[in-house]
Design a protein around this ligand. Structure first.
Ligand code: 2NL
Length: 357
């Protein structure tokens, strides 16, 4: 058996996997390879032998080339199949639930509120969080000297940034959204304005940023009966109880006349709050009939258009419904808190399925 045949058998005959194909190619067909060596010898042969041996050597070369190509193709396919077998994924394994985020209670409650009020014909209105003192105060019948304008309550931007005599500030309530709506749209108006508001205040029940829901209805012949029914319907839907007692206490807001603060009847059973009954009272809303000066400031005739408005703290509504005790935890971003109090992204509030699903 010749040396070439030995090499051939060793690399091609015995090796079940073509690991050495490249070295076979070099050994056989490379610059100093055996076939190349044979071809070189051809030149030293007598001319009469060259034709015969040339054909033989070329036959050997072609055999090598064909074999090499075949093995290379097989090798590539083999590598791809091996990789595919290693890369298999078991699609029946359960996904890691730790990767799922939760919906923040404030977002969930905002969705609940939008759902409830949409059913009553209210649209959701939004507006800028950086406001000017005209939209935040003046249009709402809050004069320059009013305590709500004092520096300790309101985050003002520097005086130097004021434009056309209007001072910029972080809105202290979402009322300016309703002012803007009254100025840009013709009544009838039925809107809620949920969103972030800012006040320079901080303790266990106050954070410098919190969330407010305001509601506004402007139409002809609107009176406090509409206000009472709307709030009662809202509270029943929100707390998911059929039987609630609301208590309207006379109050004062510069932007409503008359004004009423609204308490909801409740009881405490073993430390947990139960909405309903009249054992105890929780203050949950401020409300009233929109002051004629506010309607006039928005370019509407108060003799033709009246309305009611109300405001509530969304964070406080969430705490009462879902049992959190410290408001500050709402904005700490602690994932343990978010996991505990957060909602499934799939628990979308619906009136038919329960707003607090
Ligand atoms: C409260 C009190 C209230 C309003 C907000 C309002 C808005 C316009 C006109 C008149 Cl544009 N009123 N909003 C009215 C009464 C009360 O909020 O205690 N909020 C937490």
């Amino acid at each position: 058996m010749g040396a070439l045949q030995e090499q051939f058998d060793y690399f091609w005959g015995n090796d079940p996997f073509p690991r050495h194909i490249e070295s076979v190619r070099v050994t056989a067909l490379g610059k100093e390879g055996m076939v190349t060596e044979l071809t070189k010898r051809l030149g030293k042969m007598p001319p009469e032998d060259r034709k015969h041996w040339g054909t033989v050597f070329n036959g050997i070369k072609q055999t090598f080339l064909r074999g090499y190509e075949e093995w290379r193709a097989f090798s590539e396919e083999f590598e791809i199949n091996a990789q595919l077998m290693d890369d298999t994924v078991d699609v029946t394994l359960p996904v890691d639930p730790a990767r799922l985020g939760t919906v923040h209670p404030v977002s969930q409650v905002m969705d609940e509120l939008a759902e409830i009020f949409a059913d009553l014909g209210f649209a959701v209105a939004t507006g800028p969080e950086i406001e000017d003192d005209w939209h935040n105060f003046t249009a709402l019948n809050i004069p320059e000297s009013h305590p709500a304008r004092a520096m300790h309550d309101t985050f003002y931007f520097p005086e130097a940034l004021a434009k056309e005599g209007r001072r910029f500030l972080l809105r202290t309530h979402t009322s300016p959204v309703q002012i803007r709506t009254m100025m840009s749209e013709q009544p009838p108006i039925r809107i809620i304005a949920p969103g972030r508001v800012y006040r320079s205040d901080s303790d266990a029940t106050h954070t410098p940023m919190f969330h407010q829901l305001e509601g506004l209805v402007i139409d002809r012949n609107i009176h406090m009966g509409h206000l009472k029914w709307t709030l009662e319907t809202f509270i029943k839907a929100f707390f998911e109880v059929d039987d609630v007692t609301l208590r309207f206490r006379p109050s004062y807001f510069p932007f409503t006349e008359p004004s009423a603060e609204v308490d909801v009847g409740c009881s405490w059973e073993g430390g947990t709050l139960k909405i309903g009954g009249e054992a105890s009272w929780l203050e949950i809303l401020g409300s009233g009939m929109v002051h004629p000066r506010v309607i006039a400031a928005c370019g509407l005739d108060p003799a033709e258009w009246q309305g009611f408005a109300f405001g509530a703290g969304i964070d406080r509504l969430a705490m009462l419904k879902y049992g959190m005790t410290d408001l500050r935890a709402f904005f700490d971003g602690d994932v343990r808190w978010l996991k505990h109090y957060g909602f499934s992204p799939f628990a979308v509030p619906t009136l038919s399925g329960g707003v607090g699903a």
